[in-house]
Design a protein around this ligand. Structure first.
Ligand SMILES: *Cc1c(COP(=O)(O)O)cnc(C)c1O
Length: 432
């Protein structure tokens, strides 16, 4: 059979169905907010409205109950939630925060906002989350915290990393943007470290367009997060804050309509997650029939909620490169509705290891003289050289691929088309 990449007939050209999770309940909730006339009720001063309007406060209560955590704080993105978290822990300029390089950029820029220095540790070859041994290797007397990412939908190595953090007195900030609803033992991802941050952006499991949630059991962190969210410097004195470190205010307030949508979305989380898991299990099972493809293992005591479905591709077994193989599979597949411009939702690699971005390569963030990277003592230089995280680089350059063709809305027939595309290319790979 002639491969589509060589002009043959593709497995499928009709688009896959869109991931549509906004329905009548959200519409009704938004109309109620509009009718109420209260589109946001924050005041940036010490007043009862410092904590926001009725939808925001209801969302926070429901989120805290659902995830079994003391405080949930609504923000306008996961990025702003990460900024709040880093500020709240009282990091000093020039202190170091350990982060993974295989993640969305905001995980690593959050420290920079408060003049701390991101230090990249490598990730696990099998689970793709921060590698505990690499974290230990990067710890110095200046390390303040580690930002772990529950990458692609499963929790970080909670037992080992939390033990390292305890030993070295580090704060654990958990970036749970990709893993809402995942669990470790009987606890939800997001509540496994000291502070957890969720995303409610359009691409995530549940969303309100743009939004985020920060959770913590720590009262002090929670209050400082609320202050950073809402003009801290204008509020601190009247609120009686004695410790004003990093209480620089932003406006990270989530509006009422987005909060109302998020409340409806939270109710759908469980069923959306279980449909993803079913679809991914089905695909992993089928694709395991291709010896060069290694489906993702799920960590002991954890569940995986699949923001994307990650795989490794072993070139030595296939005798062709990952990039050629994936390009050929893409040629067999259609686009997905509402995201036509992105082409088929299957890609080689994920992100370029973050330390290779210009901000780190040139060490230019604030101004043009290397600040805050220049804050290390004795002219020490933080390392962002190629080769810094060999596992991440191997995955990025040769092994890793992922797809989003398992989102709820995909039928068994749709999934079977995905499988057929992979097998067609596998069986005919000699043509490549
Ligand atoms: C999406 C994402 C973010 C940022 O989320 P926003 O809500 O868009 O700011 C941060 N970290 C990870 C791992 C993400 O996937």
């Amino acid at each position: 059979m002639k491969l589509a990449i060589h002009g043959g007939k593709p497995i499928r050209t009709t688009p896959f169905p869109a991931y549509k999770v906004i329905g009548e309940k959200e519409k009704k909730a938004v109309m109620e907010v509009l009718d109420s006339g209260i589109l946001s009720r924050y005041l940036g001063c010490w007043h009862e409205d410092f904590y926001g309007g009725p939808q925001v406060q209801a969302l926070e209560k429901e989120w805290a109950d659902y995830f079994k955590v003391k405080h949930a704080i609504a923000v306008n993105s996961c990025t702003s939630g990460l900024y709040c978290a880093v500020g709240a822990i009282g990091v000093e300029p020039g202190q170091e925060i350990i982060v993974p390089p295989f993640t969305m950029t905001a995980t690593a820029t959050a420290p920079i906002i408060f003049n701390a220095i991101p230090v990249f540790a490598d990730i696990e070859h099998d689970y793709f989350c921060l590698d505990p041994e690499s974290i230990e290797d990067r710890i110095t007397s200046r390390t303040k915290a580690v930002i772990v990412v529950d990458l692609f939908g499963q929790p970080y190595d909670v037992e080992r990393i939390n033990a390292i953090a305890k030993k070295h007195d580090l704060v654990v900030i958990e970036d749970t943007a990709q893993a809402p609803g995942a669990v470790f033992a009987d606890k939800y991802a997001g509540t496994l470290g000291d502070i957890g941050v969720f995303s409610l952006n359009y691409h995530k499991h549940i969303h309100c367009g743009e939004g985020g949630m920060v959770v913590t059991d720590n009262d002090d962190f929670a209050e400082r997060i609320r202050l950073i969210r809402n003009h801290a410097e204008a509020v601190a004195a009247d609120k009686g804050m004695s410790n004003i470190v990093n209480l620089i205010g932003f406006n990270f307030r989530l509006p009422e309509m987005e909060a109302a949508i998020s409340r409806c979305q939270l109710k759908k989380l469980e069923s959306l997650v279980s449909e993803r898991i079913n679809n991914c299990n089905y695909l992993a099972d089928k694709l395991a029939g291709i010896p060069a493809i290694i489906p993702p293992p799920t960590r002991d005591k954890c569940s995986h909620v699949y923001y994307v479905q990650p795989f490794r591709f072993i070139e030595q077994i296939a005798e062709i490169t990952r990039d050629i193989f994936i390009e050929a599979v893409r040629a067999e597949l259609p686009v997905t509705e509402l995201r036509e411009g992105e082409g088929p939702l299957l890609s080689s690699g994920y992100v370029k290891p973050l330390y290779l971005l210009p901000i780190y390569q040139q060490k230019i963030a604030y101004g043009s003289h290397g600040y805050p990277f220049s804050l290390l003592p004795d002219n020490k230089q933080v390392c962002y050289d190629k080769g810094l995280c060999p596992v991440t680089e191997l995955l990025h350059e040769k092994e890793f691929f992922c797809h989003e063709l398992m989102r709820p809305g995909m039928s068994r027939r749709d999934l079977d088309d995905v499988v057929s595309a992979f097998f067609k290319v596998w069986k005919n790979r000699k043509q490549l």
